[in-house]
Design a protein around this ligand. Structure first.
Ligand SMILES: NC(=O)c1ccc[n+]([C@@H]2O[C@H](COP(=O)([O-])OP(=O)(O)OC[C@H]3O[C@@H](n4cnc5c(N)ncnc54)[C@H](OP(=O)(O)O)[C@@H]3O)[C@@H](O)[C@H]2O)c1
Length: 340
């Protein structure tokens, strides 16, 4: 088994610096065969990629994890898995019962007695009941049901507000890529000062940040943007500066990749992993989806300490990214794309 670099969250949980993302089994990225998805997880674990990111709203993701977890538990000397999930409630009363019911449902689906990490999402800041919900999650953490209490898609202002109330937050899961560098503007500094890790998604822009799209005509149809990720991040590229600028970025990344005998995805991932507050990058895995690529070796290369971007590499990349639009001005801080 290879040694995958890890990061320790403030509550002590060690997660891989590349995590396996399971939004890709929700059904929005191609039809999923659940048994094949469970089977496909083994190769990731064998490679040392033992951290899985899920959500209560990712279709069967928690159940697929639970089935795999169950099988693994029966094997002697099975490696430990790290199960990160999210609670994404609809607006409504946020009393203790609501929080505990949601948590116990995820625990039952995932087949765990303690949830390694719960990442809380909230849709509307005007409804301040996110503070109630987080208070209950914090109590449930004190009672031993949650190891790490975390957030997803929260902005810097609310992160500050939450932590100032004495709620200990381990990480915030946000979009962070060569295209979307909003976390570097404000979020990063606050996280560094408060020992909060950023776990990032969109780092490969659904696969657009790879050789596959170099020199390709702009994809626009649903058939070309055939997963929810591809369509989400193609929209982001449109706001960032458009397909022509994106091609310039791919050209720069390919030049850098050739220098290191690695892939464009490796460079895109390494760049984000090297940002000061970033603990880990979540790479989406289309487990059990026919026609999905298998990127385990490539992910291992991305987080290998041997892959080091040089000042020359960074200058070539930043010569392009500096020509982009200001996403902070156009969209707002982290997570605002879900609220505007
Ligand atoms: N908190 C949130 O709001 C939020 C939002 C989005 C995602 N997420 C999390 O982040 C995870 C990642 O999702 P994402 O949408 O951001 O997708 P992503 O990781 O940017 O892209 C995933 C796709 O990239 C391709 N890919 C992966 N590794 C590659 C490599 N080495 N070379 C070339 N292509 C590669 C694969 O395409 P093929 O399958 O076609 O090979 C894969 O399906 C999700 O599963 C979820 O856990 C969270």
């Amino acid at each position: 088994m290879s040694l995958v670099p890890t990061v320790r969250l403030s509550g002590g949980l060690e997660v891989c610096r590349v995590l396996n993302g399971m939004w890709q089994v929700s059904g929005a990225h191609g039809p999923v065969n659940k048994d094949r998805a469970v089977e496909a997880m083994q190769a990731y674990v064998d490679a040392g990629l033992t951290s899985f990111d899920m959500a209560d709203i990712y279709g069967p993701a928690e159940e697929i994890f639970g089935q795999f977890n169950n099988q693994l538990k029966s094997k002697p000397s099975a490696p430990a898995l790290q199960a990160l999930t999210k609670w994404v409630p609809r607006s409504g009363p946020m009393d203790r019962n609501v929080a505990e019911k949601a948590l116990r449902r995820s625990m039952a689906r995932m087949n765990v007695d303690v949830v390694d990490c719960v990442q809380f999402h909230w849709w509307d800041y005007r409804d301040k009941r996110y503070l109630d919900a987080l208070g209950h999650l914090s109590d449930l953490q004190q009672e031993g049901l949650i190891r790490e209490l975390s957030l997803t898609n929260f902005d810097t202002q609310r992160l500050e507000e939450i932590t100032s109330r004495g709620i200990r937050i381990s990480s915030n899961q946000v979009q962070y890529s060569l295209i979307d560098q909003r976390p570097a503007v404000k979020m990063e500094q606050f996280c560094l000062a408060n020992n909060i890790q950023l776990l990032t998604y969109g780092t490969l822009a659904g696969g657009l940040l790879s050789e596959r799209y170099l020199g390709m005509a702009e994809p626009t149809s649903r058939a070309e943007l055939y997963t929810a990720s591809l369509s989400k991040y193609k929209n982001m590229i449109d706001t960032w500066g458009g397909w022509r600028l994106f091609q310039d970025l791919l050209i720069a990344l390919e030049t850098v990749a050739k220098r290191h005998s690695c892939s464009v995805a490796n460079v895109a991932t390494r760049y984000v992993l090297d940002q000061p507050a970033v603990g880990g990058v979540i790479v989406g895995c289309r487990l059990g989806v026919a026609g999905a690529g298998q990127h385990i070796d490539d992910s291992l290369r991305s987080c290998s300490p041997e892959l080091k971007l040089t000042a020359e590499d960074l200058a070539a990349i930043e010569a392009v990214t500096r020509c982009s639009n200001d996403l902070m001005a156009l969209i707002g801080d982290c997570g605002d794309e879900y609220r505007n």
